[in-house]
Design a protein around this ligand. Structure first.
Ligand code: EPZ
Length: 417
């Protein structure tokens, strides 16, 4: 993507459905032999990758329109999720819980690491073993069996895990007896998944708190469900508005899903005004005040907005520290913005950023989904031309990013070399 920076972004951006809910909502269709219809599904390559995997195992995935899918696993033909599919996207691990719950067995390739860290799935596996699954790792594959079915139990996650919580929700909803999951993730996407499972006939309570109770039922039924707006997409464009000194209305953004984030923006001197159908973000002329951030599980500051926020701090009026507490290696955007003139030093989990007057455009390379969009924001504020390559990272999580930026006056174009 070629970006010529320096133009304040002004206009309205429609926020799409949340990628990190659409993915588990799709795998939830494995739990039932009736149709699951999802609406407000974002048009992203990750959704396409999971559709391919589900189709491979025999799920019928029908596109009703660009943003609506109907999934049916009436005629599932295998419980094996091969490496070729799983390596493309870690979230494929979300088929493990549902396959075990419905069929009592699953063979799922280990996801392998990704660029932001090893990202094990040990917590998922230990929890499933507590529920009666027998799990072994053979030749890079997770082989799981529950010949007598899964049974409910009390479990505590030593580390809060989003997809771990989601896998256990989907395993426990059909287990015999009650499961109490302590130190569960409380992200809005987890809450919405539990709402979907309840709409399918599940009996889940406490979702949104750190203790979720799931009373297993014998079977579930079909449902129709709307995907909630993507809070990370919304936060990303909020930072783009703040960084370029413009004003953007984020249509469909739910303020309550981004409390810690909007409180931080307010400390930066950015106005965040909640409206009926979205949030207005405005930063006119005034400087960007520094504010330290520590990423944390929800409702703390989201790790998925850390890279974007680091770019905002790179042009702040002072010095700020950003500490990444969730992932081991999520500072890969920093060497690239250093080449654009940012002043950042990294000490273990903490980046110390001293604002500079301006960044300078440069050719930069994307490494992961959120780092790549951080580089786009850097290009939007930099003087001159920035070329961001390896845009396939961005297409995993940002539907129509050029169109949305162009509609707010950005000077961007995508080209192939
Ligand atoms: C989910 O990943 C999201 N992905 C990530 O979004 C997000 O960054 C992350 O949660 C944290 O909020 C989806 O929902 C599809 P975790 P997940 O399990 O579930 C460690 C994006 O950009 N851990 O909550 O994989 C892990 O290494 C993506 O949209 C174990 O050690 O994250 C990490 O340090 C990136 N063992 C921490 O826990 C396990 O078994 C939290 O990870 C599981 C996790």
């Amino acid at each position: 993507m070629r970006i010529v920076g320096g133009t304040p972004l002004n206009g309205e951006i429609s926020i799409g459905g949340a990628k990190n809910l659409a993915l588990p909502a799709m795998t939830a269709s494995i739990l039932v032999d009736e149709d699951i219809k999802l609406t407000n599904v974002p048009l992203l390559s990750d959704i396409g990758s999971l559709s391919e995997l589900l189709t491979h195992i025999g799920c019928d995935v029908r596109c009703n329109d660009e943003h609506s899918l109907t999934l049916s696993t009436k005629s599932l033909k295998t419980v094996e999720a091969p490496y070729d599919f799983v390596r493309k996207m870690r979230a494929s691990i979300l088929v493990l819980g549902p396959l075990l719950a419905r069929f009592g067995k699953a063979v799922v390739s280990l996801p392998g690491g990704c660029s932001i860290g090893p990202r094990g799935v040990d917590l998922h596996l230990r929890a499933l073993e507590h529920m009666g699954a027998i799990i072994s790792i053979e030749n890079g594959y997770i082989k799981a069996n529950a010949p007598k079915g899964l049974h409910g139990c009390d479990m505590t996650f030593p580390v809060t895990t989003v997809t771990g919580t989601e896998n256990i929700l989907m395993a426990a909803v059909l287990a015999k007896g009650t499961t109490r999951l302590i130190n569960a993730a409380t992200e809005p996407e987890v809450v919405a998944l539990a709402d979907l499972l309840n709409q399918m006939g599940g009996r889940i309570s406490g979702h949104g708190t750190s203790m979720i109770i799931i009373d297993g039922v014998d079977s579930l039924h079909g449902a129709e469900f709307e995907i909630i707006p993507d809070r990370i997409e919304a936060g990303t464009y909020a930072i783009a508005a703040a960084a370029t000194g413009g004003e953007i209305f984020l249509k469909n953004c739910k303020c309550k899903h981004l409390t810690a984030f909007f409180e931080t923006l307010a400390l930066n001197g950015v106005e965040c005004e909640e409206k009926i159908d979205g949030v207005r973000i405005r930063r006119r002329n005034a400087e960007i005040k520094p504010s330290d951030v520590q990423t944390a599980p929800y409702p703390g500051f989201p790790t998925d907005l850390q890279a974007q926020y680091t770019v905002l701090m790179s042009i702040c009026d002072g010095t700020a520290s950003v500490t990444e507490n969730i992932f081991e290696n999520r500072f890969m955007h920093i060497p690239e913005i250093l080449r654009m003139g940012a002043n950042v030093s990294v000490h273990g989990k903490t980046a110390v950023i001293t604002g500079v007057n301006k960044l300078k455009g440069a050719p930069v390379m994307a490494t992961d989904l959120r780092a790549s969009v951080a580089l786009v924001i850097a290009g939007l504020v930099a003087e001159g031309e920035t070329i961001v390559s390896r845009l396939y990272h961005i297409d995993r999580g940002y539907e129509g990013i050029e169109q949305k930026l162009l509609s707010c006056g950005a000077n961007v174009e995508r080209f192939s070399v």
